[in-house]
Write a protein that binds this ligand. Structure first.
Ligand SMILES: *[C@@H]1O[C@H](CO)[C@@H](O)[C@H](O)[C@H]1NC(C)=O
Ligand SMILES: *[C@@H]1O[C@H](CO)[C@@H](O)[C@H](O)[C@H]1NC(C)=O
Ligand SMILES: *[C@@H]1O[C@H](CO)[C@@H](O)[C@H](O)[C@H]1NC(C)=O
Ligand SMILES: *[C@@H]1O[C@H](CO)[C@@H](O)[C@H](O)[C@H]1NC(C)=O
Ligand SMILES: *[C@@H]1O[C@H](CO)[C@@H](O)[C@H](O)[C@H]1NC(C)=O
Length: 552
């Protein structure tokens, strides 16, 4: 298995704190050189995307309210954007790094992201968001620690480890992209990797992590794959769940966790077993043939290799649904702010609007497309956010072309168009995801966390509201929807900007299963949204247009 970074020259990665201006939150600066490299993570040489010669990319370690500045040098041969999944970018969709908000960083140029991890804690990851580049790597962990003054509902772990697991294809991202552009499917992945590796089990594997006997460690586990839910487990070591996508959870113990695409969990693991090596295992779920990836967790005093016996994974999605229902918000724990998470009583807020999103797949004239409410989104040359800001939306897209309450057969006649839906600022919204397909969905919303109040088999009706968890549903950013099932989320649209809602299945997203949510205020006030950065890249129809009056 490729030496990953060891043989490659490490480039400067500067992550020191600059002395902050008094009263301002500290700044952390990163310089990223993004290049191609050749590695064999799944046994055969292939092109991968490296950040400062690392695969996966470096972890970003931060604390609530830190300012993060990342100067990205695009040394690929194609446009690049980084998306910071789960970072809410309060008032700041300017830095969200998706096709609908930002012009891409052109090859041979650099661009600097500036954002604040405001009022958030938790485990997240970043990745290149364009053109299926995530299939080649370029992703890395992004953690937001609690500020010192705010109590964390568990003892300080001995160390803090990030596990980026996911399915993996041995074809290059450009080959995979050609398949999709030709209307075909990605097909099946070839491997499951943990932090870019899969242990061979022949005695030559290096450990991914080491633990001192008796100590407790935090592991942050994210599914960075393209296609499959994974089940994650560690030989002989149960996991105590403490955090999920930015929320402290009730601390249940699990032998294994289903991690859907785009999700992250924070768990505590205690080194209380016979000191030797143990496998961490990630295997694909809901697939006919199961792919398994392994990584080694080593005790510092360990002398023996891991047992070849891999703990069994659960079967079927009912198990996964039950596990979803066991997740609870810890109402008394404080997250990024001193007040307890549960002091926001989301279950008592009146719903102002209900929107149902039905996903569908179509093969018109043999070409594969995916849609939401009958619209298969296409990205244009001009980002939605910029067209809106410069006052020329009509040149790029039409608002509100889908219905809030589509008919069940809305997927029959799919149109290809930019899909942009407006929500009034500060309204409290109920979104129902209906999945009539046989595959498991995973939806992600940028710019927000929402309350994941229910998932049930069948179709939704208003009477189902009585089954919602209106007390302690976890506030998170990614929602699975099981086959022929529905899921409901509640949230307040209090973050002005343009925000991507998408299927985390890479093929579905690439072929149109995504849309943009526009939350506007007429005031153009700095209270609601930051000004467009001076250095923002402009492209498409907004290039050369006069800049609108700044907000005040
Ligand atoms: C980035 O890496 C490439 C390949 O190693 C190198 O040629 C280039 O000089 C580097 N650029 C910067 C800005 O460090
Ligand atoms: C990460 O940041 C926290 C505080 O922000 C610090 O305590 C910790 O040492 C850092 N860890 C690493 C590995 O840099
Ligand atoms: C590009 O990088 C240089 C430093 O090498 C920096 O001064 C400049 O501001 C960067 N440009 C952009 C657009 O971020
Ligand atoms: C919830 O958080 C509180 C406050 O930090 C903590 O004392 C308690 O143990 C947590 N409860 C559970 C069930 O995890
Ligand atoms: C919610 O709606 C009910 C019935 O229309 C009304 O009585 C109640 O005051 C509303 N609650 C809030 C918090 O606005």
């Amino acid at each position: 298995m490729g030496g990953v970074t060891s043989l490659l020259m490490l480039l400067c990665l500067f992550a020191g704190a600059m002395s902050p201006v008094k009263g301002e939150d500290p700044y952390f600066f990163f310089t990223w050189n993004v290049t191609y490299g050749t590695l064999s993570p799944a046994g055969v040489p292939q092109q991968v995307i490296l950040i400062n010669n690392e695969f996966p990319g470096p972890n970003i370690n931060s604390t609530s309210n830190n300012n993060i500045v990342v100067n990205v040098f695009n040394n690929l041969d194609e446009p690049l954007l980084f998306h910071w999944a789960g970072v809410q970018q309060r008032k700041n969709s300017w830095e969200d790094g998706v096709a609908g908000t930002n012009c891409p960083i052109q090859p041979g140029t650099n661009y600097t992201y500036h954002f604040q991890v405001k009022d958030q804690i938790g485990s997240f990851f970043y990745y290149p968001s364009l053109g299926l580049q995530r299939a080649a790597g370029g992703f890395g962990g992004l953690r937001i620690n609690s500020r010192l003054l705010i109590p964390v509902p568990y003892a300080d772990p001995e160390d803090d480890y990030t596990v980026l697991a996911g399915d993996w294809f041995t074809k290059s991202h450009s080959t995979l992209r050609k398949l999709l552009d030709g209307g075909r499917s990605l097909g099946r992945p070839q491997a499951v990797l943990l932090n870019g590796q899969n242990a061979k089990g022949d005695g030559t594997d290096k450990p991914l992590f080491t633990m001192i006997p008796g100590k407790t460690y935090k592991y942050r586990i994210c599914n960075v794959g393209l296609k499959n839910t994974i089940n994650f487990r560690i030989q002989n070591h149960p996991m105590k769940l403490v955090e999920m996508e930015g929320s402290h959870t009730v601390q249940n113990t699990y032998n294994s966790l289903d991690v859907h695409l785009g999700q992250c969990f924070g768990v505590l693991v205690t080194a209380n077993q016979e000191p030797k090596d143990y496998y961490m295992v990630a295997s694909t779920r809901f697939t006919k043939s199961i792919l398994t990836g392994k990584g080694i967790m080593r005790y510092t005093t360990g002398k023996a290799p891991p047992s070849p016996e891999i703990p069994e994974a659960p079967v079927g999605w009912a198990w996964s649904l039950n596990q979803f229902r066991s997740f609870r918000w810890n109402l008394t724990a404080s997250a990024a702010r001193p007040n307890p998470q549960g002091s926001y009583h989301y279950g008592q807020v009146n719903i102002t609007r209900t929107v149902k999103f039905i996903n569908s797949v179509s093969r018109d004239s043999g070409k594969l497309r995916y849609a939401i409410n009958g619209v298969s989104h296409v990205d244009g040359e001009t980002p939605i956010k910029l067209a809106e800001y410069f006052g020329v939306p009509e040149k790029v897209f039409k608002y509100d072309i889908i219905s809030d309450n589509p008919s069940q057969d809305v997927g029959k006649n799919v149109v290809l168009q930019p899909n942009v839906i407006r929500f009034k600022h500060r309204t409290f919204i109920e979104i129902i995801f209906e999945n009539p397909e046989k595959s498991v969905q995973s939806y992600h919303l940028n710019g927000y966390a929402f309350f994941a109040v229910a998932i049930e088999p069948g179709t939704w009706t208003p009477e189902k509201r009585k089954n919602y968890n209106l007390l302690d549903a976890v506030s998170r950013h990614t929602m699975p929807v099981f086959p022929k099932s529905w899921a409901a989320i509640l949230l307040s649209f209090d973050n002005v900007g343009v925000w991507n809602l998408r299927s985390e299945l890479a093929e579905n997203r690439y072929l149109g299963q995504q849309l943009y949510i526009s939350v506007l205020t007429p005031e153009r006030s700095l209270r609601d949204e930051y000004n467009i950065p001076e250095y923002a890249l402009l492209c498409g129809v907004v290039k050369g247009l006069p800049k609108p009056e700044p907000y005040h």
